[in-house]
Design a binder for this molecule. Structure first.
Ligand code: SF4
Ligand code: SF4
Length: 297
């Protein structure tokens, strides 16, 4: 019997595959398998699969799950990734913050409004009622979330980490006018909310800022701490000058003390880290001063 050439062998092998209707049959089998799979889990787990217990949700969301219904929205929701972004919100201090409770992180610098591509941010800068001079906090802040295209530029460019992209995507309403223009009250959410929804980002930002606190507040706290320590050392050197200024100094210290970088009991869970970081910074400054003195001498 003669041997087959390569071409003949290939033709024979592909004859079976190219038989009319083979692909069609395969496709139908696949469809049938998916159809049957749709009910396999239902039969296996019965109604338990659709009860709202957490383990069942995990079961239906797992890689082994089969079937057509996987999430019972809106009763169940799939967690969004940390980098998910919807509309922006403004960070304010937590209610239980010891010295800045409810204070805005926003300084009304206006950068976010400038960079916003569809120009849907409107800010009114605050003024001191007594002096009429501008203060670094917004009196009003509006974002038209129907115009917002969720690009996240405002959050990227904000120099004070005061505006962030939210994970709340359920904002539909029947009102097409005022409901979707978010004012300052609607936009404001506590700093702890940001740490909850985006712990990794919040941590990265903290590393860059060097503190969990607002960077201006941390700066003020350091200044307050420095001036308090200067005052106390000068008092120690001049005991006879204690009488009159003592009361003033004490009240100034009392005001500065909580703002100081020394850990405030219950201020934030990270007070201890702040203190360590401050200590490292102090040592680094000392080393720098020594180097400068050496090179000068
Ligand atoms: S960029 Fe930040 S600090 Fe400046 S106005 Fe916008 S939210 Fe406020
Ligand atoms: S996410 Fe983009 S479009 Fe929306 S407010 Fe921020 S900069 Fe403007």
């Amino acid at each position: 019997m003669r041997g087959l050439t390569l071409q003949e062998a290939t033709n024979e092998a592909s004859l079976g595959e190219n038989m009319y209707g083979t692909g069609l049959a395969k496709g139908l089998m696949l469809t049938l398998r998916h159809f049957v799979d749709s009910f396999v889990d239902d039969l296996r787990y019965g109604l338990r699969k659709y009860s709202h217990a957490t383990d069942n949700f995990g079961l239906r969301q797992g890689t082994e799950a089969k079937g057509v219904i996987t999430v019972q929205y809106p009763d169940e929701k799939v967690a969004v990734p940390e980098r998910f972004r919807f509309v922006p919100f403004l960070i304010v201090e937590d209610e239980d913050h010891p010295i800045r409770s409810g204070k805005d992180w926003c300084t009304s610098c206006g950068i976010c409004a400038k960079v916003c591509p569809p120009q849907c941010i409107w800010i009114v800068r605050g003024n001191d009622p007594d002096t009429g001079r501008p203060v670094p906090e917004p009196e009003a802040f509006f974002i038209d979330i129907d115009i917002c295209m969720n690009c996240g530029y405002c959050a990227e460019y904000c120099p004070f980490d005061a505006i962030k992209m939210d994970h709340d995507y359920e904002l539909a309403s029947y009102d097409r006018t005022s409901h979707h223009i978010h004012d300052k009250e609607k936009l404001s959410k506590p700093a702890s909310y940001w740490r909850d929804i985006a712990p990794t980002r919040a941590y990265e930002e903290m590393l860059v800022r060097g503190t969990w606190e607002h960077k201006d507040a941390a700066k003020e706290a350091r200044r307050g701490s420095a001036s308090a320590s200067t005052r106390s050392s000068s008092r120690a050197q001049e005991p006879q000058a204690e009488a009159a200024p003592a009361a003033v100094a004490t009240s100034a210290e009392a005001a500065a003390a909580p703002a100081a970088s020394a850990p405030v009991e219950g201020a934030t869970p990270w007070s201890e880290d702040d203190a360590k970081r401050e200590e490292r910074r102090r040592k680094a400054l000392e080393r720098k001063a020594k180097r400068a003195a050496k090179s000068g001498g």
